[in-house]
Design a protein around this ligand. Structure first.
Ligand SMILES: Nc1ncnc2c1ncn2[C@@H]1O[C@H](COP(=O)(O)OP(=O)(O)OP(=O)(O)O)[C@@H](O)[C@H]1O
Length: 323
């Protein structure tokens, strides 16, 4: 026999009790639905943890299943773009998604880089294929707590190369409109440049803001200006410019040198009147960790710091755009 009364009693005194539907118990599994409408990500997680802790303590409960519902999850998209390839846009996207998650956001990651989808490797999810339900893709959960979908999971890269506009934009739609459930912030790693996928992203999915990644070289910066211009013209707020591979960290002595100069991106951001989000050093440790599917932002090493600082500024910028 199952008696749900002890469960209800365990939750009765919680200040947020009105958000909790009557719990049920069946075969030792307690299930409960929480209405999290209007709560921010940290408050939702705190409520879920509190409810879970109380229910698991009830005699006879061996498992707790919690479903959160909200009238509608306000999901905001952050587009991560760059003027040209190889500047570290994918590395930044993966680490930004993880850093935002560490700051309490319910973050998901879309790898929309049809020509070089690298998120499955960066997020240690190579070979995993997403399933679909009612024609909607189900993101795969990564070990960093950030669900993800990648173009690379939908199609072999050599096939994607032949895609024209409508196919690419259809695929982007499948990724963005997947079943993201309670994800409130979706980081979208765009292909480099200003092509069909970027246009489709801007026109159909209206990101809440854009982050543009550049290296310190003048040429990369000139390319970055084109990406900035595209978002500006479309009225997408520019959350800021990130300077990647800024300053070379010597793997032997740790000394930092600036083979491509210093401060160019920051000066350019100031000139354009857009925020400068920070610089990530050119560090062999970042490349090694990325190749091994261990994004630095997930760890406690020094290499996590720049990404956490950038994520804080991105989160603040998003808040400001909503005001
Ligand atoms: N700060 C850094 N220090 C050292 N290596 C880096 C850094 N940022 C990126 N890399 C390395 O540079 C290479 C390119 O990075 P990444 O794939 O993120 O660039 P991208 O701009 O997304 O390129 P593409 O658009 O061509 O996919 C990768 O091998 C990555 O590990």
């Amino acid at each position: 026999m199952t008696d749900s009364f002890p469960l209800a009693a365990a939750l009765f005194a919680l200040p947020e009790a009105r958000r909790i539907a009557p719990p049920r118990l069946s075969d030792g599994v307690a299930s409960v639905i929480l209405d999290v409408t209007g709560l921010g990500a940290p408050a939702r997680e705190a409520l879920e943890a509190e409810v879970r802790g109380r229910l698991i303590a009830v005699a006879g409960v061996r498992e707790v299943r919690i479903v959160q519902t909200a009238e509608k999850t306000e999901r905001q998209l952050i587009a991560v773009g760059s003027g040209k390839g190889g500047v570290g846009k994918s590395t930044l996207s993966a680490n930004l998604a993880i850093a935002l998650k560490r700051l309490g956001h319910r973050t998901g990651l879309v790898d929309a880089d049809i020509y070089g989808p690298s998120q499955p490797r960066l997020m240690a999810a190579e070979g995993e294929r997403p399933m679909a339900h009612d024609k909607q893709l189900l993101p795969i959960m990564t070990r960093f707590g950030v669900p993800m979908l990648s173009m690379g999971q939908l199609v072999a890269p050599e096939k994607a190369l032949a895609w024209r506009g409508p196919m690419a934009s259809g695929a982007l739609g499948q990724l963005v409109d997947a079943r993201w459930e309670h994800v409130d912030t979706l980081v979208v790693d765009l292909p480099p440049g200003t092509g069909d996928v970027q246009l489709s992203m801007i026109q159909k999915h209206r990101p809440a803001g854009a982050v543009v990644v550049s290296t310190p070289q003048d040429l990369a910066l000139i390319d970055a200006l084109r990406a900035i211009d595209l978002f500006n013209t479309a009225g997408i707020p520019i959350l800021g410019l990130v300077e990647n591979m800024a300053g070379y960290v010597c793997p032997h002595c740790g000394e930092v040198s600036d083979p491509f100069g210093n401060g160019g991106a920051e000066a350019e951001a100031a000139r354009l009147g857009i925020p400068f989000l920070g610089r990530v050093p050119l560090d062999i440790a970042i490349r090694r960790a990325s190749d091994a599917g261990e994004p630095p932002a997930a760890g406690e090493e020094k290499a996590a710091r720049p990404f956490l600082d950038i994520a804080e500024k991105v989160a603040a910028g998003l808040n400001a755009t909503r005001r």
